[in-house]
Design a protein around this ligand. Sequence first.
Ligand code: GUN
Length: 292
Amino acid sequence: MIRLDGKQTSATLKKEIAEEVEKMVANGQKRPHLAAILVGHDGASETYVGSKVKSCEQVGFTSTLLRYENTVSEEELLQKIEEINLNDDIDGLIVQLPLPAHISEEKVTEKIDPRKDVDGFHPQNMGRLALGSPCFVSATPHGIMELIARYNIETSGKKCVVIGRSNIVGRPMSILMSQKGIDTTVTLCHSRTQNLKEICLEADIIIAALGKAEFLKGDMVKEGATVIDVGITRVPSDKTKSGWKLLGDVDFAEVAPKCSHITPVPGGVGPMTIASLLFNTLKAAKKEVYSK
Ligand code: GUN
């Protein structure tokens, strides 16, 4: 069984990005610049955005964090996005989700200029993804594809089961895994799927992205399968200083012995997500997706 080491792979990816940034600077170009908007004080969102800003520093990007109270109006937020859209100094913009109930995530996502949408959530980028056209691929799916590529996991003609149909992970994953050059046969499962266990038992690759701690058990996985765990559920723990620990969607102790490859939690998909956001921001700065 080989552990897909997201920590190490993301460090390699970040090093490649940092080298590219230094080349750009040596050529007289400006450093890539990511802006992040954080509304409210949700603990998980604070942690994620904090890591994103820190990672920008690690690779030599400029970053701007804009914080708003929960009471900010939708209009004020949309105006700020418009301002950033027009600011040539900023290459990429993310608005951390979830947002307070009085703010439409749809309106906010659609307001971001697709050329700066380094989260890849804008309908234009999602549509391009579905069409196989150049686009920003959202960070978690992109990170998973990098892990699969960098560990040379065979995909052509294999059966892939994706569990979970979220817009951020499951749905784009199902598109990517069936695209030309990857060529798996994809089954996208969700909360209404019948015979999930039987479907999983056929899979060569399982991507668990449903958000239920330790959902995938050993008797749902065939010998030699590759298992990618996207889950990060916080559960109380008296063994950690913080008082909680992270659990994946996979029962690692049961599933790992049956696998050819598996991602741990933490240290698997999570670190790849942030590295992929940096990758997208670099692409935005270099205008590689949209030429103008
Ligand atoms: N909330 C959870 N994951 C993400 C993400 O990848 N991007 C943003 N903007 N918000 C999130």
